[in-house]
Design a protein around this ligand. Structure first.
Ligand SMILES: CC[C@@H](C(=O)O)C(=O)SCCNC(=O)CCNC(=O)[C@H](O)C(C)(C)COP(=O)(O)OP(=O)(O)OC[C@H]1O[C@@H](n2cnc3c(N)ncnc32)[C@H](O)[C@@H]1OP(=O)(O)O
Ligand SMILES: [Co+2]
Length: 134
């Protein structure tokens, strides 16, 4: 059901410092900072030949990454995003298998303007999973 690895997300306490690390130290192509108010995060995408890195900074007090950053003050890998052909078919198959779909269970538009859903990390080997419709 899952296809390409769309991105690996890293939550960071300081987005400017994270940009400098990827752009200046690692020599990667890095996007501008884009606020994602519907998701409570600021995003930066690092373009790699075979996938992307999503750098996440907290946006607002209710940001979903605040607790994660409290537990990981230096930052850390926050989620993996896999592409699926049909997100509603994928969601219903996962629900039938007993997996927990986070939030309302309805897809929302993600950073690429495509529908996304999140799956509980406790159901997927301790890793938060994002699904994005290809
Ligand atoms: C920009 C849009 C989009 C895109 O297109 O790319 C994005 O990527 S948005 C990214 C941010 N959005 C989200 O993360 C939305 C989904 N997340 C959530 O609903 C919550 O963050 C969460 C995963 C349910 C966690 O809730 P929270 O309240 O922050 O923490 P808890 O204390 O309730 O955690 C419970 C349990 O789960 C462990 N945990 C939490 N987050 C992670 C994680 N990222 N990876 C692995 N494990 C995680 C946490 O440690 C707790 O475990 P125990 O202590 O053992 O109970
Ligand atoms: Co993401």
């Amino acid at each position: 059901m899952i296809g390409r690895l769309n991105h690996v997300a890293i939550a960071v306490p300081d987005l400017a410092a994270a940009i400098a690390t990827y752009r200046d130290t690692l020599g990667a192509r890095v996007s501008d900072i884009v606020p994602q108010p519907d998701h409570g995060v600021n995003t930066v995408f690092v373009e790699l030949p075979n996938t992307k890195i999503e750098l996440l900074g907290a946006l607002g007090a209710g940001s979903p990454i605040v607790k994660f950053l409290e537990r990981n003050p230096e930052g850390g890998i926050h989620h993996l995003c896999y592409e699926v052909e049909d997100i509603l078919v994928a969601r219903d198959r996962l629900l039938a298998a007993g997996a927990r779909v986070l939030g309302s269970g309805e897809p929302r538009l993600g950073a690429h303007g495509k529908p996304v859903l999140f799956l509980h990390p406790k159901d997927f080997l301790g890793t938060l999973v994002e699904l994005e419709q290809a």
